[in-house]
Ligand binder design. Structure first.
Ligand SMILES: [Ca+2]
Ligand SMILES: [Ca+2]
Ligand SMILES: [Ca+2]
Length: 134
């Protein structure tokens, strides 16, 4: 079953949104849930985001420029690319390092995904963020 979800992720990337309609939320959480406690925590979420860096890093320099960063965003977030890029670019420069990108993703997780602040992404929270990001 994990293999099937993995294949789904590869096909659907870099956007997560289509995956939500193609995959049951419990299967998405199960895929992200590396320590198998039934929940997806911040570290597990960031582990997934690390794999996405390589997917959107077209020039392969290990960092994300604004165009590459845009590829990692979904839906309405793309229209705020300049603001989001500036916000994520905490150390300055023309690109986002892995650290900056993960810092941004941690902020997204805490601010937009984990709405009940229990430090885990539930199936409901996943479903909710996917419906908003479309
Ligand atoms: Ca877990
Ligand atoms: Ca790059
Ligand atoms: Ca939560």
């Amino acid at each position: 079953m994990k293999k099937a979800i993995l294949a789904g992720l590869a096909v659907m990337s870099p956007a997560l949104a289509p995956m939500a309609t193609a995959q049951q939320p419990e299967r998405v959480i199960a895929y992200l849930d590396k320590n198998a406690d039934g929940k997806c925590d911040l570290n597990e979420y960031l582990g997934y985001q690390v794999s996405r860096i390589t997917q959107v890093d077209k020039d392969g320099d290990g960092e994300l420029n604004q165009a590459e960063f845009k590829e990692s965003l979904q839906g309405k977030a793309k229209t705020n690319i300049a603001v989001l890029f500036k916000g994520a670019n905490s150390e300055g420069g023309r690109t986002l390092s892995k650290k900056e990108f993960l810092g941004y993703q941690a902020w997204v997780f805490k601010t937009f995904i984990d709405t009940d602040n229990d430090a885990f992404m539930s199936q409901e929270e996943w479903t909710s963020i996917m419906s908003k990001s479309g």
